[in-house]
Design a protein around this ligand. Structure first.
Ligand code: BG6
Ligand code: MG
Length: 228
């Protein structure tokens, strides 16, 4: 019961929940390091400054928006932008080749299994165009009823489009969806879509979420859905 009390005031919202929509990078696996290494390699080749602190600002935002941030206002031709994005993506794809089930964050697969057993619909909604490849390497494709990614909609997070598209594919109303996110841009998108939000990470980063938890291992379905 002690566990349940912290969720009590959320219960009217939680009672409606029928689906869980997961972000990928930073929630189920930690690919931020690979994105960092790929951008760092590109930045060094191009003589641009880029460090781990800068990388934190790229969490959850698209490839193009990331490059624009790294360029700090420097204007390049569309052709050059495309070449830089492709080169970074080539490095990223090289790094993710080594991903296996062992790269799932602690508790991730147990949570997917438990939610599925409880009858919730499960979806992935990642801003990454590489998400289907990563999900496949992690060995968790079969858990998801819908797999939405960076190529599924035009407007990336913080626009609500990817989450709304996912809810439509699931045939579940947005207010009956929980989004699990590690990035501010992702939470903004989920809130704009009218969904319940669980923020994974420190309050400085995900404090805007309805519920803030340090990791997916802390999402306890028996405590969240004790009233269902
Ligand atoms: C998000 C990452 O999941 O995907 C971002 O958090 C990344 O850092 C974005 O820029 C786009 O990924 P990709 O693989 O399509 O370049
Ligand atoms: Mg993320």
């Amino acid at each position: 019961m002690e566990n349940n009390s912290k969720y009590m005031d959320l219960s009217p919202k939680l009672r409606k929940i029928k689906a869980f929509i997961f972000d990928l990078d930073g929630v189920l696996t930690d690919t931020a390091e690979y994105h960092y290494l790929a951008w760092k390699r590109l930045a060094e080749e191009e003589g641009l400054s880029f460090n781990r602190q800068d990388n934190e600002k790229l969490r959850g935002i698209s490839r193009r928006a990331s490059l624009e941030l790294i360029l700090q206002g420097k204007r390049l031709s569309e052709e050059k932008m495309q070449e830089l994005m492709d080169r970074k993506n080539g490095y990223y794809r090289e790094y993710i080749k080594s991903i296996t089930k062992k790269d799932l964050l602690p508790g991730a697969e147990e949570l997917l299994r438990e939610l599925k057993a409880r009858g919730y619909k499960l979806a992935m909604a990642s801003g990454s165009k590489n998400a289907p490849k990563v999900v496949e390497r992690l060995g968790i494709t079969a858990y998801f009823d819908v797999l939405a990614h960076g190529g599924s909609v035009e407007k990336s997070k913080p626009a609500p489009d990817l989450f709304l598209h996912t809810a439509e594919k699931l045939a579940i109303k947005p207010c009956s969806c929980v989004v699990v996110e590690d990035a501010g841009a992702g939470l903004d998108a989920a809130k704009a879509a009218g969904m319940f939000t669980i923020g994974i990470g420190p309050p400085e980063r995900v404090g805007a979420a309805d519920l803030v938890l340090p990791s997916v291992a802390e999402i306890k379905p028996e405590a969240l859905f004790w009233h269902n």
